[in-house]
Design a protein around this ligand. Sequence first.
Ligand code: IDP
Ligand code: MG
Length: 160
Amino acid sequence: FLPHLVASMEQVEETYIMVKPDGVQRGLVGEIISRFEKKGFRLTGLKLFQCPKELAEEHYKDLKTKSFFPKLINYITSGPVVCMAWEGVGAVASARKLIGSTNPLQAEPGTIRGDLAVQTGRNVVHGSDSPENGKREIALWFKEGELCQWTAVQAPWLRE
Ligand code: IDP
Ligand code: MG
């Protein structure tokens, strides 16, 4: 029994989820939001947004040296995205599982990318890869007054 491990699994985390321009163009916004909503996470921020180049570059700064970086920036700025902040216990890793592998052809059926996409360069959705990046990305994409804390009536029916 490792109480510190149990405690860490119980952490409330914030994750930044984004429907990429292909998801918006293909009419998948409702479908993608619905996956996170049904799972039982709490939505704390939501907006349709045309991303400027500088923000896309900052968001993906860890990939700056990759050969696909210019194409990635073009992709993310090619049309509006839907920015979301979601919160919940274990939300970061769980959202990554709901999203599926980076390459949609390798993503499991049942995941968003596994069900709705066919190519890495058009993989319809972003999700933060760590709790630290969740916080960093939410701060990057949202202004303070755009986030909203609230109590869901279903809370006692989601967690005992
Ligand atoms: P992730 O979105 O699953 O976390 P990352 O490795 O962080 O994957 O890459 C960020 C995004 O960059 C991917 O979702 C995808 O849109 C794009 N990307 C990653 N690798 C490639 C590639 O090899 N070719 C084209 N685009 C890529
Ligand atoms: Mg990533």
